[in-house]
Design a protein around this ligand. Structure first.
Ligand SMILES: Cc1cc2nc3c(=O)[nH]c(=O)nc-3n(C[C@H](O)[C@H](O)[C@H](O)COP(=O)(O)O)c2cc1C
Length: 162
């Protein structure tokens, strides 16, 4: 049975997630990044996370095995940054509409993010039209605040705890 792609996308979208911006550097040092909601934690010991990267992404080559990358978990008021990093802009860091700093591993982390994780690409796995990228975490930081969420193709925010 072949599944309808539109329906499949809509079904996947029923799973509510947070939103991250994942950054790395090209071989020549140029910073690159993309918005990703496929980020998830994997293991505490060793400290592993993963995200799924579209094989066709312009920045795909920057996420090779052994290369560093950084994950910024977005706060509820960082929707503009999410849209910016989901765009196909040539140089996403030329924009001065947001602040970022360089992490210890050399990759950009976004100021104001709820959490920051610096990682090294541990392994890449076949995930169909995506790469499954496993990262080993080397440094973390976090701040108070509410998350930006993504659900059924739209940004949403928390209404509070049960
Ligand atoms: C909320 C949201 C979540 C996304 N999650 C992912 C993801 O997990 N993996 C991915 O490869 N692209 C994801 N995308 C799409 C990329 O951010 C987008 O295709 C980006 O332009 C790719 O980077 P590039 O400019 O280097 O090609 C997401 C987009 C949005 C708006």
């Amino acid at each position: 049975m072949s599944l309808d792609q539109r329906e499949l996308r809509d079904v996947f979208g029923c799973f509510a997630t947070g939103v991250t911006i994942i950054t790395a550097r090209e071989e020549d040092g140029r910073p690159v990044g993309l918005t990703a909601n496929s980020f998830t934690s994997v293991s505490l010991d060793p400290p592993l996370v993963l995200f799924n990267l579209d094989r066709g992404a312009n920045c795909a080559d920057a996420f090779a095995e052994g290369r560093p990358f950084a994950v910024s978990v977005l706060r509820h008021d960082q929707m503009a940054q999410s849209n910016h990093f989901a765009s196909k802009a040539e140089d996403k860091f030329a924009d001065d509409g947001f602040d970022w700093t360089e992490g210890e591993n050399g990759c950009p982390v976004l100021d104001g993010a709820l959490a920051q994780l610096e990682c090294t690409c541990d392994s890449l796995h076949d995930g169909g039209d995506h790469w499954i990228i496993i990262g080993r975490v080397s440094r973390t930081a976090r701040e108070d605040g509410a998350p930006l969420l993504f659900y059924r193709g739209r940004y949403v925010h928390l209404e509070g705890e049960w």
